[in-house]
Design a protein around this ligand. Structure first.
Ligand code: ADP
Ligand code: MG
Ligand code: MG
Length: 211
């Protein structure tokens, strides 16, 4: 599969939303151990709203789907992570011309720009035990895959695997942001909630493409 249509991007986001909503108990459990326990409910609230919004969305471009998802998350999730996850979907598309199909290189460009915005906004970098630890390796995998001419299925499979490794890596480090930073060494062994959500999102995109 070399490209996906705007309608397929919409269905991909439906799959992402379904997976995030289903993962609420798991995300809650993780954030309870190392944060304030609201990550699962925040993500669920945002992605339930995305599911509802997508039902009536008139799809005119791939970028339009990303914009609608990001706006919905910003409007409904609230809190710091609402802005951060909204950024992941919106900031990569704002300067692009609207397209009717996406190749692996389009996803690589979009998520790379989003990662840059996220890092600027949140000030976190790899090693700080945040969602950046999963998103940055996923973006690098998409970029390398696009350079190698991989198709979407293989490219996203690698990105999901890279996000998973990044999520696992967060277990080995101390936190520098959010409540988790007050845990100090006690954070070792616990995984970051936001990185887990990023992994769930990329795994859902990969699973959708595999069909
Ligand atoms: P809150 O911390 O406000 O309760 P959530 O629990 O929904 O919000 O989200 C927490 C997640 O947000 C963390 O696990 C981390 O991945 C991510 N996060 C927090 N601060 C930052 C930041 N400055 N940059 C990037 N990600 C961050
Ligand atoms: Mg929290
Ligand atoms: Mg909170």
């Amino acid at each position: 599969m070399k490209e996906v249509s705007a309608d397929q991007v919409k269905r991909m986001m439906e799959r992402v939303a379904q997976k995030v909503v289903e993962s609420e108990p798991y995300l809650t459990e993780i954030d309870l151990k190392i944060g304030d326990g609201d990550h699962g409910t925040g993500m669920k609230r945002g992605f339930l709203a995305v599911q509802k919004m997508l039902l009536d969305l008139k799809v005119d471009s791939c970028e339009g789907v990303f914009r609608a998802v990001g706006t919905c998350l910003l409007d409904t999730m609230g809190g710091a992570s609402g802005v951060l996850f909204g950024t992941v979907f919106i900031s990569g598309i704002v300067k692009r011309e609207e397209r009717n199909s996406f190749k692996l290189s389009d996803f690589a460009e979009i998520f790379s720009t989003s990662l840059t915005s996220l890092k600027k906004r949140g000030k976190a970098k790899v090693g700080d035990k945040t969602m950046v630890d999963a998103l940055e390796p996923a973006v690098l995998a998409l970029e390398e895959g696009a350079k190698e001419g991989l198709d979407l299925i293989e490219g996203f499979q690698r990105a999901a695997l890279a996000a998973e490794k990044g999520m696992e890596y967060t277990k080995t480090i101390k936190a520098r942001f959010g409540r988790a930073k007050y845990f100090g060494d006690k954070a070792i062994g616990l995984q970051d909630a936001g990185a887990t959500s990023v992994y769930i999102i990329f795994q859902a995109m990969s699973d959708f493409l595999k069909g």
